[in-house]
Design a protein around this ligand. Structure first.
Ligand SMILES: Cc1cc2nc3c(=O)[nH]c(=O)nc-3n(C[C@H](O)[C@H](O)[C@H](O)COP(=O)(O)OP(=O)(O)OC[C@H]3O[C@@H](n4cnc5c(N)ncnc54)[C@H](O)[C@@H]3O)c2cc1C
Length: 460
């Protein structure tokens, strides 16, 4: 609970109309996509960087926790105020595109800009911002940077970190810092931009982001292939990526996912297939796209593909993508509780990873449908059980432990895009040594010596 004096002081900074302590606001800002709930003591909507600086300085002096928040679409509890304090909600006022610099091909935005709004604004002038998380319709650029979000186009274009050139941020003591430049090259000093990316609101509040843009490719084409086993499909993925073609997207659905999509939506998918791969290519010359698809088809067939279908038009392309886009909802047929992880492995380890996840499912007699961004080794691994049965939930957690162990053993990472937050914090010890964790804690301490900014996240 905030003391009356603290409430009054914070209200004086932002105005009464921008600070809330009523139950409706506290509930609305208590959860994210994990649906874990912790109510904050207050919700504050700052209007600008100056107000954020004053709020942080005040909270730092009084030891009040502050949790920055974008759209609250995070999958690991990053924006949840699990240790109380105030939620600093940036979506209401801090949502302007400040500048599109055509000559340098950069855009400068406030953190609350929604990803799709940025994409549309730059595409209007012939430029292109590739990171396209499935949450693009509502997640914010501040949240994308803080989680280092990825998307369907990552196989060719990389992820959020590949586009962040500079950041303005407020430190917990209220000081404003500028990291990075609007330059292609910048090797002066430590890479503070790099440290802030994926820092999950634990180091500073990001108030302005400068992003690199590309030219928008003129054409794109889509294809889908069917494989007898998931291992065949995974071999095809890494052989293609290493084989001289770089598809924009290379997404997969395993057999359980294919069956779930078909049961829900009746799209005529091959329910006996071991896996489906969906791929997109793009470029400025149509014939180049045809050459890319021909090469992909050749490598897919060498790796066991039994069918390779090129979309003839936009409608067919949308139909092909429908299965992938609706995979997440469809697999709910396998259980009311889904523990959804986004482990990532080196691409060459995909066949073994998927095989071993299958063994885990067999051992516990549960379904683990997998789908996702095979082109970048990122597997959405979904442990599905009956949420009303505590025994099943316990089994699900044991299976997840094993999923993480296999991933780390094969040189992979706990998270490719969703971050650590609260939900993966217990597994940090599995992935990092004590000295590595100590280094993380030292970085946290250097930015936030009083530990007021999003405390107890990332296993720190
Ligand atoms: C249906 C669905 C699909 C999704 N698909 C994808 C996907 O394809 N790829 C992917 O990567 N993710 C995906 N996500 C997860 C989520 O959308 C991303 O992590 C996204 O980047 C979070 O943005 P947000 O604005 O909602 O941030 P929030 O959830 O509000 O916050 C996320 C973290 O960022 C911190 N933060 C937010 N703004 C700031 C700031 N200005 N300064 C400092 N810290 C800040 C918060 O404290 C928190 O730790 C999906 C989520 C859903 C619900």
């Amino acid at each position: 609970m905030l003391k009356r004096a603290d409430r009054d002081s914070l209200q004086r900074i932002v105005g009464k109309e921008n600070m809330f302590i009523d139950k409706a606001h506290l509930i609305a800002y208590s959860y994210d996509a994990t649906r874990t709930r912790f109510e904050p003591d207050a919700v504050i909507f700052p209007k600008n960087e100056n107000e954020i600086s004053k709020i942080l300085k005040y909270c730092n002096d009084k030891n009040i926790n502050v949790v920055p928040r974008g759209a609250g679409s995070g999958f690991t509890g990053g924006a949840i105020p699990s240790s109380g304090g105030i939620v600093l909600a940036l979506e209401k006022y801090m949502n302007k595109i400040i500048e599109i610099d055509m000559d340098n091909m950069v855009v400068v935005v406030q953190p609350g800009v929604i990803n799709i709004d940025l994409q549309k604004a730059v595409e209007k002038v012939g430029l292109f911002y590739p990171p396209d998380p499935a949450s693009q319709e509502y997640s914010t650029i501040g949240g994308n940077v803080s989680e280092n979000a990825g998307g369907m186009r990552a196989a060719k274009y990389g992820i959020t970190k590949d586009y962040v050139m500079a950041i303005r941020a407020v430190l917990p003591n209220g000081e404003i810092i500028k990291a990075g430049k609007r330059t292609i090259k910048d090797v002066a000093g430590y890479n503070i931009v790099g440290i802030l990316i994926a820092s999950e609101g634990t180091l500073a509040v990001i108030t302005e982001i400068t992003l690199k843009l590309l030219s928008k490719p003129k054409f794109s084409k889509t294809a889908m292939a069917i494989f007898p086993t998931v291992e065949n499909a995974m071999s095809a993925v890494f052989k293609t990526m290493a084989g001289g073609v770089t598809p924009v997207a290379m997404e997969f659905l395993d057999n359980l996912t294919i069956r779930a999509v078909e049961q829900n939506y009746k799209k005529g998918l091959p329910i006996d297939a071991g896996a489906i791969l969906v791929t997109d290519v793009d470029g400025n010359l149509e014939e180049d796209l045809n050459l890319q698809l021909a090469k992909i088809e050749e490598i897919f067939k060498e790796n066991g593909a039994t069918d390779f279908k090129r979309a003839k038009d936009q409608k067919e392309a949308s139909d092909i993508w429908f299965a992938r886009r609706n995979a997440s909802q469809a697999i709910s047929i396998y259980g009311s509780k889904k523990i959804n992880e986004d482990v990532t492995v080196p691409r060459s380890k995909l066949p073994e990873t998927l095989r071993r996840f299958g063994e885990i499912a067999k051992k516990y007699n549960i379904n683990i449908p997998c789908f996702g961004h095979a082109g970048d080794g990122n597997i959405h691994t979904n442990v599905m059980v009956d949420g009303k049965d505590p025994k099943q939930v316990e089994i699900a957690h044991q299976a997840i432990d094993e999923v993480f162990k296999v991933t780390i053993e094969l040189g992979g990472t706990l998270s490719g895009e969703h971050g650590i937050g609260l939900s993966k914090a217990p597994y940090m010890k599995l992935a990092f040594t004590e000295s590595e964790m100590e280094l993380f804690r030292s970085i946290k301490k250097a930015f936030d010596p009083n530990n007021i900014l999003n405390p107890n996240k990332m296993g720190l």
